[in-house]
Design a protein. Sequence first.
Length: 262
Amino acid sequence: MKKTALIEKVATALFEAESTGTEVDKFTAAYSELDAELGYQISERLIEIKCETGQTRIVGRKLGLTSEAKMKQMNVDEPCYGTLLANMACTENEPISLANLIHPKIEPEIAFIFNRSLEGSHITVPQVLEAASYIAPALEIIDSRYRHFSFTLPDVIADNASSSRYIIGDQFFKPTEFNLALMGMVFKKNGKIVSTGTGAAVMGHPARAIAWLANKLSQSGKTIQAGDVVLSGALAGAIDIQPNDHVSVSFDGIGSVSASFC
């Protein structure tokens, strides 16, 4: 199959799977040529379809596979990224419906909001911290469209890194005021602690993950732009969520954010 036809076929199938809440088999089982590079091209086409049909727009990026353990599990030596859309954003004061989701899980993250673009191929951690106007506590809901939550790296990249929904807290702070690598985190589900950790769980420092993202984007002529939201990667493993669950994450110095589900 020609590359353009494969991109259209897989992107359309993933769009329909998400729209209908229906699982699909991983595409690498049927298409041996599907590698990470092609996965990103499929993801770009998937985002185009969503913007064309869903009256939404790109608002930022998200990182995945930012922990050493997760990279080893997937047998890769670098993270991956996806795209955030305006209609993925949720608020704390409204329960989030899980009705159309397939494998909903949730992760604790630190969100960065940028007031300057990050351009170039050698972006550093200090440049990320200077370009970001704010950080805030965040929760990301992921939802793989693949059957049994089973996929390879190219599959998950094509599926927009399992993106689904996200919630950002209403407290914002300058990132340069904190040592983000040492920032403590407590992740709770239904009032019970699920896990704890520090910002160092994300590639040693959350801004290092974003520097990687900026440099990766530059390879295809893209940038993190002023106004973008970037979810810097999970500080703990994703946990399953069901209707009536309540999940929260709190960070030393920057407060907390929570989400409830129906």
